[in-house]
Design a protein. Structure first.
Lengths: 318, 56
């Protein structure tokens, strides 16, 4: 007699997971992770002294996995409301490909692993900041703010803004004004970005009982606040150039991009009815991704490949 | 053979066996990657110290 079923045998009524590795990968929110990688890399690149490529890569990987872990915890907790919205109902947990317990275990294991790895590879300040980021996203935002207040993504946006701060701490072991400016850019960018989507998906959020700004306070107020945040974002986005840690190329791009954000936000305020309204909100949503991606990409290039070429040229001349 | 619940075991379906195998392969690759990563990071952090042996 055995108390353990054979390796390929299961009790008659046992459920055996059909989840594939790609389903677990989807739990990490890969598209969000790609933005986290870019913004954390910008933080690493801003370090006064270049980071060793191996240690920089390992740190970046740990930060990305930590962000992914918080995404998995978010999908575990939010499976009930994800099932009610078209945008999220095909996610691994609501679609039944991964159980809630599997998502929770996956998220917790990766959280511990990523924080431990970052601590060992870089330093424990960076690891503590990563742990706080995961906690902030999974507990403060997902479990508390999201279902409680229409300011959910305003305050919760801090979680998405932390990666450059964590990256800088990983590279230097300390803190400076530069990564805090990058934090501010992402923090102020988050409301117009998410509210543009929320305007388009307002009915779904209402059905799921999530108090997003449009269904909690109304479309009109949301459109005004989107414009207000965009007006604040434009100068904040140019701060790296104004403060001297980004070039004129960044400066020009940030000014044009900031004007673009205001323009698209103005269209959202103006076009409130019919297909034009939806087109305006989705245009702002798409442009906001392009804007943030472009700004951080320029910072990475300027402080990475471009800075390396400049150092090499200076050595040749000197 | 019975389980603690007294139920007769059943063989895994081909889909269950396939997905379990692919998960196991992914976990194995992840562990191997972590071993290599920690090895390379350790050598990188030690730098030249990795080839300097203390004299007895």
């Amino acid at each position: 007699m055995s108390f353990v079923a054979g390796q390929n045998e299961m009790p008659q009524n046992a459920r055996v997971s059909l989840a594939e590795p790609r389903d677990f990968f989807a739990l990490l929110k890969p598209r969000v992770m790609s933005l986290v990688v870019l913004t954390a890399l910008a933080g690493i690149m801003l370090a006064p002294t270049p980071t060793h490529p191996v240690l920089g890569f390992a740190s970046l990987l740990a930060i990305a996995v930590g962000a992914g872990a918080s995404g998995a915890l978010n999908m575990w907790y939010d499976a009930d409301i994800d099932a009610l919205m078209s945008r999220t109902k095909s996610r691994p947990v609501p679609s039944g490909r991964v159980t809630a317990g599997e998502a929770l275990a996956f998220g917790l294991v990766l959280s511990v692993l990523s924080v431990f790895t970052l601590g060992v590879v870089s330093n424990w300040l960076a690891a503590a900041l990563l742990a706080f980021t995961i906690f902030f996203y999974a507990v403060i935002y997902t479990m508390w703010l999201k279902r409680w207040t229409p300011q959910n993504i305003v305050i919760g946006g801090a979680a998405g803004a932390f990666p450059p701060v964590v990256g800088y701490a990983a590279a230097t072991g300390g803190m400076a004004i530069e990564p805090i400016v990058l934090f501010a850019i992402i923090f102020i960018w988050t409301p117009p970005h998410f509210w543009a989507l929320a305007l388009a998906k307002s009915e779904e959020y209402a059905r799921a009982g999530v108090p997003m700004m449009p269904n909690a306070k109304g479309d009109a107020r949301t459109r005004k606040e989107i414009l207000a945040y965009s007006v604040i974002l434009a100068p904040v986005g140019a701060l790296p150039w104004l403060m001297g840690f980004a070039s004129i190329v960044y400066g020009v791009l940030s000014v044009i991009g900031g004007a673009g954000m205001i323009w698209y936000a103005w269209r959202v305020l103006r076009d409130t009815q019919g297909p034009e309204a939806r087109k305006a909100t989705m245009s702002l949503f798409g442009f906001s991704i392009l804007y943030l991606f472009a700004l951080f990409l320029v910072i990475v290039i300027e402080n990475g490949p471009a800075a390396a070429v400049a150092r090499f040229a200076a050595r040749l001349i000197g | 053979m019975t389980t603690p619940q007294g139920e007769f075991p059943r063989p895994l379906t081909p889909e269950e066996a396939k997905s379990r195998r692919s998960r196991n392969v992914a976990i194995a690759l992840g562990i191997v990657f972590l071993i290599v990563l920690f090895y390379v990071v350790t050598v990188t952090k030690l730098g030249l110290g990795v080839v300097i042996r203390p004299s007895i």
